[in-house]
Design a protein around this ligand. Structure first.
Ligand code: EPZ
Length: 420
């Protein structure tokens, strides 16, 4: 298994080009199962989860033609579409559950593996199943698979999500596109990646309209048209590099990203002392000489502070002057990185879903173990500012969601090497 060797502390300076968003591309790719005609998706990030989703679509009968640089894909439905989404693919990438909605909408049947949990939590899919059931899907769970079918087309209806869920919102929007009649979804997640999904579907002729802050209306159509669409840039990759600049008193220009959609994060970084200038598709960020502590950051649904940047901000607050608190309110077990940060010298106490971080940490390089995608990014950030050599094991977690991260980091001055 690959590992990273990082020698810190590093000074960060230069330009970073942001890749396409994994969490926008995954639902968009899953929704291609609705189409009869070919669809081309561009600006895909070269990350493992995208490869897994393409493998899953291929196993369901879609013809996959990747461009040379593998950032564009043309997807054509074959005559013999299948409806079996295997555990072997879904277990490594939980977003595999997103094929359930389109398969039921299009083929009125599906055998999709339950995704199972992961290290950050149990990750149930009850909100997905409840919503699809209201649209007319019937299902039984047998041996870890969801055996689902519908009597003919799904039927449009009114659904109010009991809790905000990114995946359940995506599955329901996708399934409603081909339903008979109109669907109104209330209490939806409104992450930018979901807006990218609805922009994609609308461009293919779906009749989708956001009619309230968290309310979307979908009028079912007979079929969708061929479309050529570019996925948005990755806001979590952007946030991760902004934290890197603040950690190292660095100064970087982040290109190919619309800063309007991460105002919450940028304002927090200004509060810790960063100097930030934003333009249409660019962010100039200068890290502060002294990092100010933050009383209590709470992770919440968009447009609030994202859980996917919680681990990265924790590293930043370890270097702040004074004590900070982070509250994780989305996942029940998303502090795996704390034990690893302690190995670098961090002083963090965890009480239920709160982490109390003593600042002024002088990270000393050490050998570390990645646990989940974003926790691994936090370990890389800590190693960048630590004194001496750090080894980060199991970086396949990172490869799931960050494209060429060591190349991008080396380019801005980080002493990092991948050891296979
Ligand atoms: C998406 O996961 C993202 N993944 C996650 O990013 C992100 O952390 C999460 O949204 C929250 O923003 C993708 O987009 C592929 P949820 P998702 O449904 O859809 C519980 C990354 O690092 N829940 O909004 O699974 C759930 O357990 C990943 O890129 C149920 O209980 O998130 C969690 O506690 C990690 N039942 C909370 O709701 C359900 O049916 C929010 O989950 C669904 C979710």
């Amino acid at each position: 298994m690959d590992k990273f060797l990082i020698r810190g502390p590093c000074k960060i300076k230069g330009e970073v080009f942001i890749s396409g968003s994994k969490n926008a591309a995954l639902p968009i790719l899953a929704s291609t199962l609705l189409f009869d005609k070919p669809v081309t998706i561009n600006n895909l990030p070269r990350v493992r989860d995208i490869d897994t989703m393409l493998k899953l679509l291929k196993s369901l009968g879609s013809k996959i033609q990747l461009s040379k640089n593998k950032k564009s894909v043309k997807i054509t439905k074959s005559k013999n579409q299948k409806v079996f989404a295997s555990y072997s693919l879904v277990k490594t990438m939980r977003a595999g559950i997103l094929v359930l909605g389109p398969l039921i909408a299009k083929h009125h049947m599906s055998i999709t593996s339950l995704p199972g949990g992961c290290l950050i939590g149990a990750r149930p899919v009850n909100y997905h199943l409840n919503a699809l059931k209201k649209l007319g899907m019937e299902y039984k769970i047998k041996k870890g698979y969801i055996h689902a079918n519908s009597k003919g087309k799904l039927k449009g209806t009114k659904i109010k999500f009991s809790n905000v869920s990114v995946g359940a919102t995506e599955n329901s929007i996708i399934a409603s596109c081909l339903a008979k009649g109109t669907t109104i979804l209330k209490n939806c997640a409104v992450e930018p990646e979901i807006k990218d999904l609805t922009n994609f579907l609308i461009s293919a002729g779906a009749k989708i309209k956001w009619i309230g802050k968290r309310t979307v209306q979908i009028e079912g159509v007979k079929s969708l048209n061929s479309v050529n669409y570019s996925v948005m840039s990755d806001r979590i990759e952007t946030g991760t590099f902004c934290v890197a600049a603040c950690l190292t008193r660095g100064n970087i220009i982040i290109k190919n990203f619309d800063p309007k959609i991460i105002q919450t994060e940028l304002n927090l970084l200004r509060k810790i002392g960063a100097k930030i200038k934003t333009y249409d598709n660019k962010i100039y960020i200068n890290g502060p000489n002294k990092i100010k502590s933050l009383n209590n950051i709470v992770t919440k649904e968009y447009p609030n502070f994202p859980t996917d940047l919680q681990a990265q901000f924790m590293v930043l607050l370890c270097k702040a002057k004074g004590r900070s608190i982070i509250t994780e309110s989305i996942f029940e077990n998303r502090f795996m990185h704390v034990a690893e940060l302690r190995r670098l010298g961090a002083k963090i106490t965890v009480k239920e879903n709160k982490a109390i971080i003593e600042g002024d940490t002088n990270f000393q390089g050490a050998e570390l173990m990645s646990s989940d995608l974003r926790a691994s990014a936090a370990l890389v950030l800590a190693a960048i500012v630590a004194n001496g050599k750090s080894i980060i094991n199991r970086i396949y977690h990172l490869d799931r969601g960050y494209e060429k991260i060591e190349k991008k980091l080396r380019k801005i001055g980080v002493n990092i090497k991948r050891i296979s």
